[in-house]
Write a protein that binds this ligand. Structure first.
Ligand code: TTP
Ligand code: MG
Length: 408
């Protein structure tokens, strides 16, 4: 019996699409794309493997997806359903090990070190996890097992769909070596181009590049790439509650200069962020606005608060100040707006006493959260967000927006 660290990376296959297929089995085995109708703008959030055979992938503009695979079924995302499925998925994983780090909605790391004694082997444990997910959720999970998080992630990705791949302890480096560099987390398309131009196309070649050369091209992240390429990653499975930031963003159907629409959308996104923040019992010290203009230039503007806050009002007011400043000199049409909070603190760590008006606001937000939990997000709306009902289709759980940010 080994005593080495064994980490699993579990990721659901074509998550959004698979949830839709469970609800509508007629869509199984067919090219299916989630997010937006073809006549709207936006990007592919999830594509079934049948659609991927036509070259479709997440992030591709819907218009291109439609051209490459006109026979695909395009489904507008329904995020409350995915949230439900995600919670059930995480609950199944938590039954197997309390050492669980959820990443986004459909992905988690699980520290399985020492669990051989219960399941016979870690591989058998992964088989049991996959089976339960299949039996209870009718979804397929792919699982990678390794001694390092990064290697487990590469393995699960490589094994997809419906895969299970174990990399033995001590074999991380040789496992990674023949793979194309794009398989390594941290290498985006730009990094791939740079490395290709240097004649580096496999992770093995990357692993032998001098650290100084990597740093000269990638700055501080050169060091991380060097470690990853050599199968070195000593980061541990972090238990939740440690979200570093929460954000929501959306792309407009049509680029807009309309300030009331920008403000209404900002208000709505602020409320979603605020409610998430309160659900996690956190306060924020830093609020960031993101804008993408029609020409795709993207700016972010941040403001640090003197004291931590968790109210929609503070998030919105701060976002609005940042928006006014960002828009004032020029009237460029806006394509995307987003708001995020970071520098999150535990309520107990609040050093300043809250004044009474802040306390009142926090109580009001708590009451609103309660009603929304019972009757849906749009059950209570501010005057500002009501404007959105003509623009975004409401669902029981809020407005259906495009490219919702999944960042935690
Ligand atoms: P992924 O796990 O990256 O993708 P996937 O589950 O659709 O496909 P697979 O894992 O089999 O490769 O992301 C999980 C969900 O997150 C995905 O179903 C939809 C959403 N998502 C987006 O909304 N936008 C994106 O750009 C990506 C990558 C995912
Ligand atoms: Mg997935």
């Amino acid at each position: 019996m080994t005593n080495c660290v064994r980490i699993m990376h579990i990721d659901l296959d074509a998550f959004f699409v698979s949830v839709e297929q469970v609800l509508n089995p007629g869509l199984r085995g067919k090219p299916v794309v989630v997010d937006g109708r073809p006549d709207r703008r936006g990007v592919v959030a999830s594509a079934s493997y049948e659609a991927r055979a036509f070259g479709l992938h997440a992030g591709m503009p819907l218009i291109t997806a439609c051209r490459l695979c006109p026979q695909a079924t395009f489904i507008e995302g329904s995020f409350s359903k995915y949230g439900d499925a995600s919670q059930k998925f995480m609950a199944i994983l938590a039954d197997f090990s309390p050492f669980l780090e959820p990443v986004g909605l459909d992905e988690a790391y699980l520290d399985a070190t020492g669990f051989e004694s219960i399941y016979g082997s870690i591989y058998q444990m992964a088989v049991a996890i996959k089976q339960r997910i299949k039996d209870e959720l009718e979804l397929c999970a792919s699982i990678g097992i390794a001694s390092q998080k990064v290697v487990a992630k590469v393995a699960s990705e490589l094994s997809k769909p419906d895969g299970l791949l174990e990399v033995a302890d001590g074999e991380a480096r040789s496992f990674l070596a023949p793979l194309p560099i794009a398989k390594l987390p941290g290498i985006g398309s730009k990094g791939e181009r740079i490395l290709n131009s240097l004649g580096i196309n496999t992770i093995g070649k990357l692993s032998t590049m001098p650290l100084a050369t990597l740093k000269s091209h990638f700055g501080a992240s050169g060091e991380l790439l060097h470690r990853y390429a050599n199968g070195i990653d000593d980061s541990i499975v972090k238990l939740p509650g440690a979200a570093k930031s929460i954000s929501r963003e959306t792309t407009f159907g049509k680029d807009t200069k309309d300030r009331s629409l920008l403000m209404a959308t900002l208000r709505y996104l602020s409320e979603r962020v605020g409610s998430d923040l309160r659900q996690r019992s956190k306060r924020t010290r830093c609020i960031t606005l993101k804008l993408r203009y029609a020409d795709f230039t993207t700016i972010t503007r941040s403001h640090t608060l003197r004291q931590g806050s968790n109210t929609d009002q503070t998030i919105f007011d701060t976002g609005l100040q940042l928006l006014r400043k960002a828009l004032s000199p020029e009237k460029r049409p806006v394509r995307l707006i987003g708001i995020g909070v970071s520098n999150l603190i535990e309520p107990g760590k609040q050093l300043d006493m809250l004044d009474s008006s802040t306390q009142r606001l926090e109580q009001l937000n708590k009451a609103i959260d309660h009603i929304r939990k019972k009757y849906g997000f749009t059950a209570i709306q501010t005057g500002r967000t009501r404007l959105l009902k003509d623009i975004f289709p409401p669902s029981g759980d809020g407005y259906t927006m495009h490219t919702p940010s999944l960042s935690q």
